[in-house]
Design a protein around this ligand. Sequence first.
Ligand SMILES: Cc1cc2nc3c(=O)[nH]c(=O)nc-3n(C[C@H](O)[C@H](O)[C@H](O)COP(=O)(O)O)c2cc1C
Length: 260
Amino acid sequence: MTLSPAATLPTRQQTPEQVRAFFAAHRTVRHYTEEQMPAEHLDTILYAAQHAPTDATAQLYSFVRLTGEAKQKVAELTANAHIASAAESFMICSDTRRVRQIIEVAGYEPGQSPAIDLHFGIGDAVLAGQNMLLAAEMLGYQGCWIGGVMNGLAEIIELLELPNKVLPFAALTIGKSAEDVAQRPRLPRPLVIHENTYKDGSAEQLRAATEQMNPIAARTGKPGDWARLLNAYFGEGGSMEKREETLQGALKTQGLSRGE
Ligand SMILES: Cc1cc2nc3c(=O)[nH]c(=O)nc-3n(C[C@H](O)[C@H](O)[C@H](O)COP(=O)(O)O)c2cc1C
């Protein structure tokens, strides 16, 4: 009997229980021990990052590994102290610069597609970054994505000398956990998984979902109010409105806005 090519591929197959157990153990962690990451582990998580699927074969991302003073400074600029204390911290960037340099040195003319650059660059950066985090979790680490990068975007771009067409998406910290964190809830599945056509949740479903999510906003001694938390981010006058301005500015400086 001849084997089909697919049957000769190496397999990563695990049982549904193993897969669930792996994802159930995910926790975002913000306090780390002082344990450093051995070179072999660092090499492995970077290998995982570089083996993420990628749009158009192009690998539209760059990671900036943060060490020393830069690590400290980015922790301050993002108001996320664990950037400084984590074993490894990275700035995960969309990068549609290198692809243009590659086609230029091959004698071609690069095209103009700022919105497409942003769309696929962020997608590629997230896929590679999340691959890295999953690999780190497989090795016994935990981590945290940090969108707080938006708080100091212009300063970070300057500090890390990020050129045209390179835009930070978020930072990512990885280390051995020094905190016990409960699993955080997620929305009821029918609100986020649609079949064939998009369906809004009813007001009742949305209220029930908010109840389910409330514990994620709990602080010591205070019950959680998820809608209030979301309002502080996405409501009128919330932090996302401020970030909107910051990001629009960075899109201009990084050549990712039409006409720039
Ligand atoms: C894109 C992104 C940005 C985030 N930004 C921050 C941040 O700036 N600071 C922080 O402490 N956590 C940040 N988080 C972590 C989330 O708060 C966390 O993933 C969420 O509360 C769910 O918790 P869990 O990952 O433990 O399930 C971010 C996560 C993502 C995916």
